[in-house]
Each structure stands twice: as structure tokens, then as C-alpha cells.
Design a protein around this ligand. Structure first.
Ligand SMILES: [Zn+2]
Length: 237
């Protein structure tokens, strides 16, 4: 692992995560992020942090335009788990890239067909965006996701009702976003917290000034320096 960290230019060796919790945390909607009938209709909760005492964060990677083979290799070499939220219009030219990510033990989840602003759509249109993506993922990756990330983190009650109707149980968004050259925090204190969900994107030089490997180096250097391990989100759901 020392050699792998060195090869990918990390400051330190990433911290190995603790064993997955035997009893899964009870995940509820973040305060202020609930919709009407959230609890009594059993709608998928929207949350930004997983309740845990473990010093871990969760890495989530969205959209799918950039398909950098070095990124797959880096995460594999360093044994860093991540969850990918895929939008079909960006991944359909190369499902194979994401099958490879999946074969390395990472989970692929739903980020809609065309990445629309969901609250601007009717219930039926939202259901098409979410549930038809479920069908595509089943066909292409052999598994129906149970996790949806609404594009831009925007949703309404119809989003969660539609998502539930086709098997979605969770709708995590994020507490931090990492870019190739900076971080953005949801909380005013600009600090990582235990159980935080971190967002980044499948983006490369056509979108920003660096590669996915550069982006991951920034992410890993900060979390390791602050004593956090990267854990698999699905292990806590
Ligand atoms: Zn997105």
C-alpha cells in the first residue's frame, strides 16, 4: 500500500476503514429536507451524512461523462470504495467502463436518464426519468439500484413517491463537494464530519483544470490528513 500511495502521488497511505457495522444505522431525512408524508408513506429519505461514530466519509461520484481508465486503476490499487450515480445520456456510449468499475467492487446507482431539474417535471415525467433508468441499469449492470441521487440535489414529494414505486429506498445527497482545485462545504464551519457523504464527478480536462486522478489525490490527501477512512456507503445502508 505504501508503494501504491507513492505511485499515485499521495502524501500518505489512506486509512483502512473499520469493518461494516453489524447493525445498520437508522437513516432518516435530514431536518428540513423532509417532504409531506415522509414518514407515514415510507418515502426514501434525503440525507447528507450517515449517523455513525466511525471516523469515515463516503465517496460518491456523479454523472459519467469522463471515463478515465487511470481513475479506475487508482481506486483499485488504493482499495478506495465509491458509489457512482450514473445519468444514462452520459454513460450510454460506454457502459463497459462502468461495468469495469462494478467488477472492482463498486456500486452503481441511479442519477436519472437525462439529468433534469426534477421538481420542474410532472409526476409521470419524473417516474419516466427515474424508473426507466432503473430498467436500463438492470439490463446493463444486472442489478436494480436501491439508491437514487436526484440531479443537483433537487427533488419534491413526487420525486420520492416515483422513486419508491420502482424500488428506491434511499436518496442521499452530499455534505461536501470536491473539485480538482477546491472543496465546497454545506456546513458553515467548513469541516468534515463522521459519516459525511462527499460528492465529486466523472469529469476531466474538458471540464476542469486536471484529471480525475488529480481530483482524487486532493480528496484522499485531505481525508487521510484529518484521520478519516473512506468507507463503502452501501455497507451502512
Ligand atoms: Zn449530476
Amino acid at each position: 500500500m505504501v508503494a501504491a500511495a507513492k505511485r499515485w502521488g499521495l502524501d500518505e497511505v489512506p486509512i483502512a476503514p473499520p469493518a461494516p457495522p453489524k447493525v445498520k444505522p437508522r437513516i432518516t431525512a435530514r431536518a428540513g429536507f423532509e417532504v409531506d408524508h415522509q414518514e407515514d408513506w415510507g418515502l426514501p429519505p434525503v440525507f447528507t451524512t450517515v449517523p455513525t461514530k466511525n471516523k469515515v466519509v463516503f465517496l460518491t461520484i456523479d454523472d459519467g461523462s469522463e471515463k478515465d481508465p487511470r481513475f479506475l486503476q487508482m481506486m483499485r490499487d488504493l482499495k478506495i470504495p465509491y458509489t457512482a450515480f450514473l445519468s444514462n445520456y452520459l454513460v450510454k456510449d460506454d457502459y463497459g467502463y462502468f461495468r469495469k468499475a462494478q467488477s472492482y467492487g463498486n456500486t452503481l446507482n441511479n442519477h436519472t436518464l437525462t439529468h433534469p431539474y426534477l421538481p420542474g417535471l410532472s409526476y409521470e415525467e419524473q417516474k419516466h426519468e427515474i424508473c426507466d433508468m432503473q430498467d436500463i441499469m438492470q439490463k446493463q449492470f444486472g442489478r436494480r439500484p436501491t439508491v437514487l441521487r436526484p440531479p443537483y440535489g433537487n427533488y419534491n414529494q413526487d420525486t420520492l413517491v416515483a422513486a419508491k414505486s420502482c424500488g428506491i429506498k434511499y436518496a442521499p445527497i452530499w455534505n461536501e463537494e470536491v473539485y480538482v482545485d477546491h472543496w465546497e462545504f454545506r456546513e458553515d464551519d467548513q469541516q468534515l464530519r463522521r459519516g459525511d457523504i462527499v460528492l465529486t464527478h466523472f469529469r476531466g480536462r474538458s471540464d476542469w483544470d486536471g484529471t480525475m486522478v488529480d481530483d482524487m489525490r486532493r480528496f484522499l490527501n485531505k481525508v487521510t490528513r484529518e484521520g478519516y477512512a473512506v468507507a463503502r456507503l452501501e455497507d451502512y445502508l
